[in-house]
Design a protein around this ligand. Structure first.
Ligand code: FAD
Length: 467
């Protein structure tokens, strides 16, 4: 008999959620991670530490506008070491929470680097453990530019950029995606001169371009510089970092000097060393493990979820994969995850959030839509709390009124979006949202107003953005 029913490799939001759900379904489960604590990228070096630092620095940034609210805040100062201590405490408290849940559910946590010796057999150091099923949840690692190695002192991945001991005077950020913007804003708020360099001619590719453009304008007003349509030709680190940037239209090359550079150009599946090639586990051209609707690889008994498989590389998507995968193993009914309904949130200030179809129609070019918008400037609650930047945009079908997408720029956008995520999931129309009572005064009234505007709007055709 095998040691376990299920071995999960990786204790991130995909892996630990799968391990707990498996144990709750009566399976004997081991969860292996090379980190000493569970939580994966998300808890240890991703979602949570970045949000803790965004929170500390948002409190700090608010001091600069306290006078408007009638509050004097002379002599305020910050302490980077204390900000980092708070971030580390938030992380370790949550890690203890997962350890407690593992213990309570009877999941055995094994610390070490795992490899799959054969279906049913996993080696961790000099130990071999066996199980009927093996679930790969090893997540992802940051990608770097060709020939540019992370030293985490001058050339930073997100991990290094979330643990700096002091504020760099000048921080260059390569990549205007979620991670680049969030970490750029953290250090910009503390006084770094931040320049974000992006290959495309827009920030946040994949999000609604009107929302992205407005967000860029607001972030620029806060002092963040953007160099778009620019290819990084070289990065050289000495006492400073020197970056050669080529304008992709004119081919002109400029040199940027900075104290540090964050390379945030994306992440790739972390599967090296697992033994996938020897086992014959199929991966796609980008290294993602190919799975079927129940997260089974082509090798019987080996499954994969989260950042190692195609789909949005997000913690909540990894968790949803875990639930669907384990329910399938346990023979329980579970709706197949719909990656088209996975919301994306950028936790900058103002926040940026989106789900479903964009007006650019990247996913559905050429179809007819109606668009409704409502600006926070006309919202009573936004005025009262001084959060008038931004707007809500909804996209709907002109014939049926069915919601197709929602995009929000503004204070608390991520939480506000959930109403539209649920609406999409339930097949709601914009009329359903208009006829739902929204408390006054609330930022959510802008969501209702945007839906009302969509009801009155003429149909247009989805524009297809070449980006
Ligand atoms: P991971 O969380 O990457 O966990 C995989 C684990 O497997 C790791 O702990 C790793 O040590 C372990 N492992 C790998 N190989 C082995 C091996 N051979 N043996 C043993 N252990 C192994 N997502 C959001 O939804 N919201 C956010 O706000 C957000 N912010 C982010 C901010 C940053 C800076 C970063 C880097 C990421 C952020 N993400 C965010 C993305 C999110 O962290 C990932 O999508 C999520 O962690 C993926 O979960 P996972 O379980 O697939 O893998």
């Amino acid at each position: 008999m095998s040691d376990f029913d299920l071995i999960v490799i990786g204790a991130g939001p995909g892996g630990y959620a799968a391990a707990l759900r498996g144990a709750q379904a009566g399976m004997r489960v081991a969860c292996i991670d090379e980190r000493t604590t569970a939580g994966g990228t998300c808890l240890n070096v991703g979602c949570i530490p970045s949000k803790a630092l965004l929170s500390s620095t948002e409190h700090w940034a608010e001091f600069t506008s306290q006078a408007e609210y009638g509050i004097e805040s002379d002599n305020a100062r910050f302490d980077v070491a204390k900000i980092m201590i708070r971030k580390d405490r938030v992380v370790s408290d949550l890690a203890k929470g997962i350890a407690f849940l593992f213990k309570k559910a009877g999941v055995e946590f094994v610390n070490g680097r795992a490899a799959i010796a054969a279906p049913g057999r996993v080696s961790v150091g000099d130990r071999e453990i066996t199980a009927t099923k093996i679930l790969i949840a090893t997540g992802s690692t940051p990608t770097t530019l060709p020939g540019v190695a992370f030293d985490e002192t001058r050339i930073l991945s997100s991990t290094g950029a979330l643990a700096l001991a002091e504020v760099p005077q000048r921080l260059a950020v390569v990549g205007a995606g979620v991670i680049g913007l969030e970490i750029g804003q953290i250090w910009s708020r503390l006084g770094a001169k931040v320049t974000i360099i992006e290959y495309l001619d827009r920030i946040l590719p994949g999000l609604d371009s009107e929302i992205a453009k407005s967000a860029q304008r607001l972030l620029a007003k806060q002092g963040i510089s953007f160099t778009l349509n620019a290819a990084v030709r070289s990065v050289a680190a000495g006492d400073l970092v020197t970056i050669e940037i080529e304008n992709r239209s004119s081919a002109a090359v400029e040199t940027l000097e900075a104290d540090a550079v964050l390379v945030a150009i994306g992440r790739r599946p972390h599967t090296a060393g697992l033994g996938l090639e020897a086992l014959g586990v199929k991966t796609d051209a980008r290294g993602f493990i190919e799975v079927d609707a129940q997260f089974r690889t082509n090798i019987p008994g080996i499954l994969a979820i989260g950042d190692t498989v195609p789909g949005p590389m997000l913690a909540h998507k990894a968790e949803e994969d875990a639930a669907a995968c384990i329910d399938a193993l346990a023979g329980k009914p579970h709706p197949a995850p719909d990656y088209g309904l996975v919301p994306g949130v950028v936790y900058t200030s103002p926040e940026i959030a989106g789900v479903g179809l964009t007006e650019d129609g990247a996913h559905s070019p050429g179809r007819n839509i109606v668009v409704g918008k409502s600006s926070f400037i006309a919202n009573g609650r936004a005025r009262a709390i001084g959060a008038t930047d931004g707007f809500v945009k909804v996209i709907a079908c002109p014939e049926t009124g069915k919601l197709l997408g929602g995009h929000i720029l503004g204070h608390g956008a991520g939480e506000l979006l959930q109403e539209l995520v649920l609406g999409l999931r339930l097949g709601a129309t914009v009329g359903d949202i208009v006829h739902t009572s929204h408390a006054h005064p609330g930022m959510g009234e802008a969501v209702k107003e945007a839906c009302q505007a969509a009801l009155n709007a003429p149909a247009t055709r989805v524009r297809h953005s070449p980006a």
